[in-house]
Write a protein that binds this ligand. Structure first.
Ligand code: SIN
Length: 191
């Protein structure tokens, strides 16, 4: 059986595994939020960064990119890779992918997506909602093995714009981070 993986964060611009097809599209009933703490990629255990997760949201959609993987070996390699890379995301969901907002039926069903749930027992790194200014300061400060947290945010903003998606939460946060950086050298005391 063919495997599909939906990316709504770094998987949009950095795939890291072999795939056979890429489809830009959206999933229904979720919104993208910078509520997931990252201590392994964009922060450290001492100063966690923030990455995106999905929050159930009736009537909302979340745009991203889905990857189709056909061969058995490629599927295994992709899964092995993703299980390490996305290890701080405690849930896998299987969702419908749409490419056309007027379509009643999905373009693809059973697309796997990684989610960081708000359950602190299962997902100890979950940070949840905070005021925009607070999240922005945290992002300005944080840096991890995969690089500065701000680069994650700016790359996400760019890759969403490239696929024609204006995500208000991401844009507002990117604008706030740019504002903070324009005010100084980004050396804030930890929030
Ligand atoms: C994703 O991209 O689908 C998950 C979140 C991330 O790795 O940034």
């Amino acid at each position: 059986m063919v495997m599909w993986v939906f990316g709504y964060g770094s998987l949009i611009w950095k795939t890291g595994f072999r795939y056979d097809d890429r489809l830009v599209g959206f999933i229904r009933g979720y919104r993208r939020v910078f509520f997931q703490g990252s201590t392994d990629h964009r922060g450290t255990p001492e100063f966690p960064g923030r990455t995106v997760t999905l929050e159930p949201a009736e009537g909302e959609i979340c745009w991203g990119a889905a990857y189709k993987i056909i061969g058995e070996e490629d599927k295994q390699a992709a899964l092995t890779y993703l299980e390490v890379r996305e290890k701080q995301y405690d849930q896998k969901a299987y969702v419908d992918l749409f490419t056309d907002s007027t379509a009643k039926t999905p373009a693809v069903s059973g697309v796997m997506v990684y989610i960081g749930s708000p359950d602190k027992k299962l997902n100890p790194n979950y940070l949840g909602p905070s005021p925009l200014e607070y999240i922005a300061k945290q992002i300005v400060q944080a840096e991890g093995p995969s690089g500065p947290n701000r680069d994650y945010l700016f790359q996400l903003e760019n890759s969403l714009l490239k696929i024609g998606c204006v995500d208000k939460h991401v844009m507002d946060l990117a604008n706030e981070v740019r504002f903070l950086l324009s005010q100084g050298n980004g050396d804030y005391s930890k929030p």
